[in-house]
Write a protein that binds this ligand. Structure first.
Ligand SMILES: [Fe+2]
Ligand SMILES: [Fe+2]
Length: 263
């Protein structure tokens, strides 16, 4: 039996967290899931960062969380990363920052390794090389006897994510892109049994712009300078990918998109 893992893209605000909590228990049954991993970088009620509340809401139904450029944007996030072992932030962040860039969790006999990377192209922040960090993360996860390795590459540029896919093919079982909040239609299996998609898409309100308030964004683009860009209210859709891994053979054997209508 292949190992079946659902990876859910950037969860935005309370509406996104509510959708994950409502949908994941059913998806676990219907899709016969062994594990669920969620990108939580926008899960705080502000839509930026993670808080102890948003993290524990997601971990009530998920096994493990990844983050991105907004990792430390919400109050309580830094402390949370200090004590919650089931959440990681990009491995190429400065070493002195709280949290870790990779980690493992166990489902029965299977130890799942997860790493998080952030891209540098078109990003405001300039972390260290994600490629160097990827090498280190993979070596460390192999050393901790991970049976399969999934990497969340949180990046803006499709080229940088595709490059990372080829860089890690055959060394990890999944390279999944996040950050743009819009799913891409290129899910495929690279050589060596690595599943790849440029962006998983977000889990949040479909009435806004990338899950945030569209009027605030209009103000920004039309030069009216909004005081803040809030979370878009309204029902949230869920975007995810379901991946299958032959654990014995250390190869991913399938990837398919999962979309749940707004609830
Ligand atoms: Fe995001
Ligand atoms: Fe992001």
């Amino acid at each position: 039996m292949p190992f079946r893992l659902l990876f859910i893209g950037d969860v935005v605000g309370e509406v996104g967290c509510a959708a994950v909590r409502a949908l994941v228990p059913t998806l676990r049954r219907e899709l016969e899931l062994d594990a669920v991993i969620v990108n939580a970088e926008n899960s705080a009620s502000s839509g930026r960062g993670i808080t102890p509340d948003s993290g524990s809401a997601l971990l009530s139904v998920a096994d493990f969380l990844t983050l991105g450029n907004h990792s430390f944007d919400a109050e309580g996030g830094r402390e949370y990363l200090g004590y919650e072992q089931r959440v990681i932030r990009p491995a190429n962040f400065a070493e002195k920052l709280p949290g870790r860039g990779w980690g493992t969790f166990e489902v029965g006999e299977v130890r799942v390794g997860v790493a998080n990377l952030q891209g540098r192209v078109f990003m405001r922040e300039t972390p260290g090389s994600p490629f160097k960090a990827a090498d280190e993360a993979v070596t460390e996860l192999e050393g901790s006897e991970a049976d399969l390795i999934l990497v969340d590459m949180h990046a803006e540029a499709t080229s940088e994510k595709q490059a990372m896919g080829y860089y890690l093919q055959g060394r990890v079982q999944a390279l999944l892109g996040t950050h743009t909040h819009v799913p891409t239609a290129d899910a495929r299996i690279l050589s060596g049994g690595t599943v790849y998609v440029t962006d998983v898409g977000m889990t949040g309100s479909m009435s806004g712009i990338i899950g945030l308030d569209k009027e605030d964004f209009m103000d920004l683009f039309l030069g009216r300078k909004p005081s803040r860009i809030g979370v878009s209210e309204g029902p949230a859709a869920l975007n995810a990918v379901l991946i299958e891994v032959d654990v014995e053979g250390r190869r991913a054997t399938g990837i398919e998109r999962v979309y749940e209508e707004p609830i």
